[in-house]
Ligand binder design. Structure first.
Ligand SMILES: *[C@@H]1O[C@H](CO)[C@@H](O)[C@H](O)[C@H]1NC(C)=O
Ligand SMILES: *[C@@H]1O[C@H](CO)[C@@H](O)[C@H](O)[C@H]1NC(C)=O
Ligand SMILES: *[C@@H]1O[C@H](CO)[C@@H](O)[C@H](O)[C@H]1NC(C)=O
Ligand SMILES: *[C@@H]1O[C@H](CO)[C@@H](O)[C@H](O)[C@H]1NC(C)=O
Ligand SMILES: *[C@@H]1O[C@H](CO)[C@@H](O)[C@H](O)[C@H]1NC(C)=O
Ligand SMILES: *[C@@H]1O[C@H](CO)[C@@H](O)[C@H](O)[C@H]1NC(C)=O
Length: 530
């Protein structure tokens, strides 16, 4: 019996691989022929080429600031490389990765920082899951803003037009290649990519059916101004006014001592940092003791690190939420010079003056930038009615230990939508769900259960309960909305070392609390309460 079964299986395997080879040959021919079949206005096709699964694809001309110039491709794809004119003096470079094993789904991916870089790992993530996937350079190459100078068209591309254009063109390429249009369209992005996703929900609600927008750079001009306050703060503190690295673990320990238990579990992870009101003054050295403590000047600096940005009496941007590691991160990110994005944005997009010194921004300049809103970048509309009316959905997440974009700004945005649309959370839940990911840093990393499938590197599972992208697919295609998103924490944050624990993250305004019974590592011992 066993022998017959094995022989049968072998025959099936031969048939299957012959079938795959035939499909593969057809797919390769279709890909090679695609260039001549595409007639999309204002586009220049550079190449269409078959890329076999396992290929380490090199990007020899990509800007050095964009990270590794190669990507191992996980599945057979037809790769389309092209540029699209977005105006008479701007264009976007884009790619479409069309998998042989297409699910009928379309996916656009976002960008990061002030760039400028196609996120190839996201391209691979999407295409390996069967999405026809596109990405663009957001209108300019590389991780800087020099091309914004005297060219509002490039700023517009960065704000919204590159994503919009690449999605429209990408959908057309998808239809031309597979011979039928996509069924559902999705978007995945974090940081600047999160802002791009929100921009589409606010202003171009027809483009995507389901949007996954993480750690979004909303209220862009104010975020940029807030980022610009850390360098002068560190400079003004002086060498003895900023707590030295030796005290960072002491500060973190005291912060956790004050706030970690608020959620019912002393586990190094603060579930709802909005409930934390850290007093660094608790660490001021008592007379005659200078170990494991800080000076009053340093305590003042620590307090200032977490302060919101006000200008002319108006709250421009909320402060960092309290979490371990953030004092260190601020020092490491901002201590050597004015933050690149702040510097470049003010010089090239706000003032069109390369000589402008953005080191110390005045309240007038900060308010001016917000009101100028170059390219309509702010992405701060609370009206999602067009988006919700057409049945589109958005999943927003934000790591609660974000060192680059205050997670408090996401709470603030949710509340803005709630007020603008006059809708309580139970109604917003129909189309907008916001998950606070405890213990997650900017778009990933950190001690919490941070593997939620928002990037290829942070996939613990493809189960929609544990993967934000697949949760969105299920929400759109089966009408099942995510109640929670369960993340996985790996031992020492290293996947190869195996899973440590899982935790179900609640959607705002619910917060996660540990119940009296049960191991903190057991997701069932937590519950979401209002
Ligand atoms: C092509 O680009 C020009 C601007 O360069 C624009 O006016 C025109 O509408 C574009 N055509 C299409 C079909 O998008
Ligand atoms: C194609 O995708 C399906 C699920 O979408 C998967 O089960 C199957 O293994 C994939 N086949 C190949 C050849 O990748
Ligand atoms: C900005 O990026 C462009 C394109 O990658 C590059 O040519 C240029 O050298 C960069 N400029 C600065 C000041 O980094
Ligand atoms: C000095 O301060 C540290 C930190 O508060 C504390 O652990 C230590 O016991 C103190 N020592 C004295 C002598 O007060
Ligand atoms: C910019 O301003 C800062 C603070 O006022 C000053 O220290 C620095 O020298 C200025 N930089 C240039 C290039 O003028
Ligand atoms: C995890 O990291 C800690 C601290 O660096 C180390 O002591 C421990 O051995 C690591 N555990 C594993 C399984 O590698």
């Amino acid at each position: 019996m066993g022998q017959m079964k094995r022989a049968f299986a072998a025959v099936i395997a031969v048939i299957a691989s012959a079938h795959l080879r035939r499909v593969g040959a057809q797919f390769q021919q279709a890909c090679a022929a695609l260039a001549s079949r595409l007639t999309i206005p204002n586009t220049t096709i550079a190449s269409t080429s078959f890329v076999a699964a396992g290929t380490n694809l090199a990007f020899p001309t990509v800007d050095a600031s964009c990270g590794p110039p190669f990507q191992v491709v996980s599945s057979d794809i037809c790769r389309v490389v092209l540029t699209v004119a977005t105006s008479s003096r701007s264009h976007t470079a884009m790619e479409a990765w069309l998998p042989s094993n297409w699910t009928g789904r379309f996916l656009s991916t976002g960008n990061g920082g002030i760039g400028g870089c196609i996120q190839y790992t996201d391209m691979d993530y999407g295409s390996s899951l069967g999405f026809a996937t596109t990405g663009s350079d957001n209108g300019h190459p590389g991780q800087n803003g020099t091309l914004f100078l005297n060219n509002i068209e490039v700023v517009k591309d960065f704000s919204w037009r590159s994503l919009l254009t690449s999605a429209v063109v990408g959908k057309q390429i998808t239809r031309d290649f597979y011979g039928k249009p996509h069924d559902k369209s999705y978007y995945l992005g974090c940081s600047t990519g999160g802002r791009q996703g929100w921009k589409m929900a606010q202003e171009f609600p027809d483009v995507f059916d389901g949007i996954v927008a993480g750690s979004p750079a909303l209220a862009w001009d104010n975020l940029i101004s807030w980022s610009g306050m850390f360098f002068p703060l560190i400079v003004n503190a002086g060498p003895d006014g900023f707590p030295p690295p030796s005290t960072w673990p002491v500060i973190d320990a005291e912060l956790l001592r004050q706030c970690d238990g608020i959620d019912g579990a002393v586990d190094g992870i603060i579930e709802d940092p909005a409930l934390c009101n850290f007093r660094p003054e608790a660490l001021i050295c008592p007379p005659g003791n200078s170990s494991s403590c800080i000076t009053r000047k340093q305590a003042k600096t620590v307090r200032a690190v977490f302060e919101p940005l006000f200008a002319e009496g108006i709250l421009m941007y909320p402060g960092l939420e309290f979490g371990p590691g953030l004092v260190a991160a601020v020092f490491q990110i901002y201590s050597s010079r004015q933050f690149l994005f702040t510097d470049n944005w003010y010089r090239f997009a706000v003032f069109n003056n390369p000589a402008f010194n953005a080191t110390v921004l005045t309240p007038e300049e900060i308010v001016f930038a917000w009101n100028l809103n170059p390219g309509d970048i702010n992405t701060w509309s609370g009206d999602l009615s067009r988006f919700s009316n057409r049945g589109a959905r958005i999943l927003h997440y934000h790591g609660q230990q974000d060192q680059l974009i205050s997670s408090a700004n996401s709470n603030r945005y949710y509340d803005l939508v709630s007020r603008t649309m006059r809708l309580p959370p139970s109604s917003l839940d129909e189309f907008y769900r916001f998950f606070r990911i405890s213990g997650m840093m900017h778009c990933g990393g950190g001690p919490g259960a941070t593997f939620i499938g928002n990037t290829e590197a942070s996939v613990a599972s493809l189960d929609p309960d544990e993967n934000v992208l697949m949760a969105m697919v299920r929400w759109i295609e089966e009408g099942i909305a995510p109640e929670t998103i369960t993340g996985t924490a790996f031992i020492n944050q290293t996947k190869a070392l195996g899973a440590d624990f899982k935790r179900a993250h609640c959607r705002y305004p619910y917060r996660n609390v540990h119940t009296e019974k049960g191991d903190v590592k057991d997701p069932a011992s937590w519950k979401c309460i209002l």
